[in-house]
Ligand binder design. Structure first.
Ligand SMILES: C[S@@+](CC[C@H](N)C(=O)[O-])C[C@H]1O[C@@H](n2cnc3c(N)ncnc32)[C@H](O)[C@@H]1O
Length: 223
């Protein structure tokens, strides 16, 4: 694969259709399907082709969708225009994203925190916390040390594919430890958190992922 995240994901998104499909994870749809979120402001960080942004915009949210991949964002732009959905695509590296304070009711960080290393990941985590409005909801998921890619990261992609590892495993910067995703957002109120190893049928050869999935709410400021 090419070296920078934008080159890698431009290649990943270059085919027809959506690489990861348009389905969102069930804990996300299960939570937001039951709620009236019409008119709320949402941020989808590392949106890719935008399945989470499209879901939220279809329910009436105004979505800012950030990604460094031109190919992913141009597909999202086309789909949003076809459906007249209020999505603002922002092509940029998250490293340069200025997190506006208390600006979003909903923030999505789906398989992005694990693509960011060290200081950039920590900056993004603290940016998410400050950009959420009090009472705002974060959905984050990330791959964990239970992911087959964690142990097999050093194999060639051909060997890794055979071993049931995602073909994009080499894009990973950080596999979250057990309970780490929950711990880094411990200052939010946890609504739902789980870790599991599950098959992923959305793309590529058959493979598994070790997931940590979190829904959490920013506490209202103390009076
Ligand atoms: C595994 S994909 C997830 C896409 C989307 N969240 C989803 O669940 O369908 C990771 C995405 O993060 C983006 N990405 C990785 N590093 C980035 C960075 N530093 N700045 C902006 N986007 C980045 C990639 O371009 C890619 O679209």
């Amino acid at each position: 694969m090419d070296s920078s995240p934008e080159q890698r994901f431009n290649t990943v998104y270059s085919g027809s259709g959506c690489y990861y499909g348009l389905e969102v994870r069930p804990e996300f749809s299960g939570y937001f399907d039951k709620r009236d979120i019409n008119g709320l402001a949402a941020l989808d960080l590392g949106c890719g082709e935008g399945r989470y942004a499209l879901f939220l915009a279809a329910k009436g949210c105004h979505v800012t969708a950030v990604d460094c991949s031109q190919a992913g964002l141009s597909k999202l732009k086309t789909m949003a225009a076809e459906k007249c959905l209020p999505i603002t695509p922002c092509m940029m590296d998250i490293a340069t994203f200025e997190f506006p304070e208390a600006a979003f009711d909903i923030i999505v960080a789906a398989t992005i925190l694990d693509h960011l290393s060290g200081d950039l990941r920590r900056r993004t985590i603290s940016g998410i916390k400050s950009a959420l409005k009090p009472g705002g909801v974060l959905y984050a998921n990330a791959f964990t040390v239970a992911d087959p890619g964690f142990k097999l990261a050093r194999l060639s992609s051909r060997q890794a594919s055979r071993a049931g590892v995602s073909e994009t495993a080499e894009c990973m910067a950080h596999y979250f430890d057990r309970e780490e995703l929950k711990a880094v957002f411990a200052d939010l109120s946890i609504i739902d958190y789980y870790e599991a190893v599950e098959p992923d049928h959305s793309h590529g050869r058959p493979h598994y992922h070790g997931w940590a999935c979190l829904l959490a709410k920013k506490r209202a400021a103390a009076r």
